[in-house]
Design a protein around this ligand. Structure first.
Ligand code: SAM
Length: 167
């Protein structure tokens, strides 16, 4: 018998479970690093809240064009970089250089082709931010020239999350 296609609920659950597994894995792998963590896309603030609870000793900066998060999950003004990341990422690189220990991106909506086009466009803007040994976790496949794609940790579903490392 053919396996039924995954429902939208199945896909959503896979994405959430994978996001948490990959974030926890990447936080642990970068725990000895001191550079900041960048959250690209605040949304409701769920993954930002997870980072707040699990990252210690590192600042977390949030890049978002319009804040609409839960009050418990809203960054302080000094750690919010407001604007379109196509402008704020290059400006931030210019001012602080390649210092991020961990970058998490969850920027997409429901249209997979549009998400892929956007991921291709922003990959060269994200890549130079990582310090040596730094990791990037993304809900969309990214297109990096110099980063290595890592295997997913147990619990994450292939294709629902991606992890990259600067060697
Ligand atoms: N991870 C979040 C959570 O757990 O609640 C959800 C993030 S939501 C899917 C995506 C967010 O990315 C939206 O808030 C949207 O405004 C933001 N975003 C998308 N494109 C952006 C851009 N070009 N510049 C800045 N923010 C952007």
């Amino acid at each position: 018998m053919n396996k039924p296609e995954q429902s939208r609920l199945d896909l959503f659950i896979d994405r959430m479970v994978s996001q948490r597994a990959c974030l926890d894995h990447a936080i642990a792998l970068t725990a000895d690093m001191t550079g900041p963590v960048y959250e690209l896309g605040l949304g409701n603030g769920r993954t930002y809240h997870h980072l707040l609870q699990h990252v210690s000793g590192r600042d977390i900066y949030v890049f978002e064009r319009a804040v609409a998060s839960h009050p418990d999950s809203t960054p302080p003004d000094e750690q919010l970089i407001l604007g379109d990341i196509r402008e704020t990422l290059p400006a931030r690189l210019e001012s602080v250089g390649p210092i991020a220990s961990l970058i998490h991106a969850d920027l997409g909506g429901h249209n997979r082709e549009k998400n892929d086009r956007f991921a291709r466009m922003i990959s060269p803007l994200v890549e130079p931010h990582l310090a040596p040994g730094g990791l990037m976790v993304s809900s969309d496949r990214m297109y990096f020239d110099g980063l290595e794609e890592l295997p997913l940790p147990p619990g994450a579903v292939e294709g629902r999350c991606f992890i990259y490392r600067r060697g």
